[in-house]
Write a protein that binds this ligand. Sequence first.
Ligand code: MSP
Length: 507
Amino acid sequence: MSTFYITTAIDYANGSPHLGHAYEKVLADVIARSRRLCGTQVHFLTGLDEHGQKVQMSAQKLGIEPQQFVDGIAAEFQQMCKTLEITNDDYIRTTQPRHVKVVRELLQTLFDKGDIYRADYNGYYSTRQEQFVLEKEKVNGQWPEIYGEVTPITEPGYFFKLSQYQNWLISHIKANPDFIFPRFRQKQVLEFLKEPLNDLSISRPRERLSWGIALPFDENFVTYVWFDALTNYYSAVKDSGLWPADFHIIGKDILVPPHAIYWPIMLHAAGLPLPKALLVHGFWTMSGDKMSKSAGNTIKPLDIAQQYGVDAFRYFLIREMNVGQDSDFSLELFLARYNSELANDLGNLVSRLLNMGGRYAGGIVPAVAIEEAPEQALKSLWDIVVPELIPACEKFQFHLGLEKINTFIRGINRYAETRAPWKLAKSEDPEDRARLDTSLAFMAEGLRLAATALVHVMPSISAQILQLLGQPPVTQWAGELEWTPKRVKGGTLAEKAILFPRPQTEK
Ligand code: MSP
């Protein structure tokens, strides 16, 4: 069986994890889990981008070695992955020997081919962005603020011949319309490619930047960020034969030029296959502002996850964001979904079932005893919802999948209201006893299906619900998403559970 290989961007090791980092991991994890549930073998890579000027400077400020500094940051990022239930199979750090070796080999190959050459560079350099900047980027005679201090500079260095591959890249993108998802991003790339590409400066003199991978053909220089960072996707799997990747999951800020221009050209020039596709997600903003460390408005994702539960946090990220678009994050928006879709619709339903099951059926899920219009209606609702679920995953429309599941959960609540087991329990009519048993069986089966359908997004909550129903956890979707009340029949219901406690701050 072929392996579905997905990656996230590797995070910069110059600060603590923030919401953007958390989101990308959760999105990749939801993709990885949904593919595994469909029976595909998955290899999921994430990691840390540890070299560069900023890291070197941060370590210097603290008076420690860069390696010690990045070790601390790596521990923080890896802990975040663990907390967020990320099922990555590997974690690559660009200071690892396995990575350094492959970067050097790649550089040597391209140098030997003549695609990397030495030249003098005259220009301007932004320390904050660790990049050369062009005069034409000035706005009203000033450098844009994102560049920080910009200084004129002349220095020898090494360049990669991007320009000679420009036409090849344009044809590749045009011939592979699925290379960039969503489609509208492809236009942006082609637009960028209308201008002639400059060759890429790939080195920094060691005296200015020591914290990097030395060029194998000139040890006085180290590689500049992108040549080092992008290669992680390949270096991590070179020996396991998993290259090429099926999807690189990245944010929109690093599509053009790094992932859409540099990376394909680097690979092509080295005679390596290209990744099959790039999945480009949008940005989380806070009240419309781009989140950034300097703006001081970063939400500590783990604080929210800790306070309201990791699965609720994952649910919110996936429910709220239409992959590819931007989304706003606020505690109000989080709480709105938490209270209505999780605590009310799902959590209350579970509590009600456990409560009524204990009261009216001795805590054992009864068999279906009658089927009338309300039962037909609930089954039909599932029949409408279920065919949409896996296609939504395949098209990365996870938010729509969750919307459908929520519609179904609300349908189960409506069914419970219509059947009103608490009224049926008071009746002497044997048919009402059959209706009562059936209503408990239908609620239990509905919840089994909902928990099964939610498992890629809320793995712990799903397992917990199934356990409360006396069911085993889900390991695959095949055969598990069919309406089969006899599966839940005879299951021992737990006494009670509060899945989504009401937050203290709620008004
Ligand atoms: N180190 C580079 C990537 C190298 S990949 C070969 C980098 N690191 S980063 O830490 O700045 O960003 C890591 C990922 O997080 C990127 O895909 C970026 O788009 C994403 N996000 C950073 N802020 C974000 C939001 N506010 N919202 C969503 N994702 C964002 O770039």
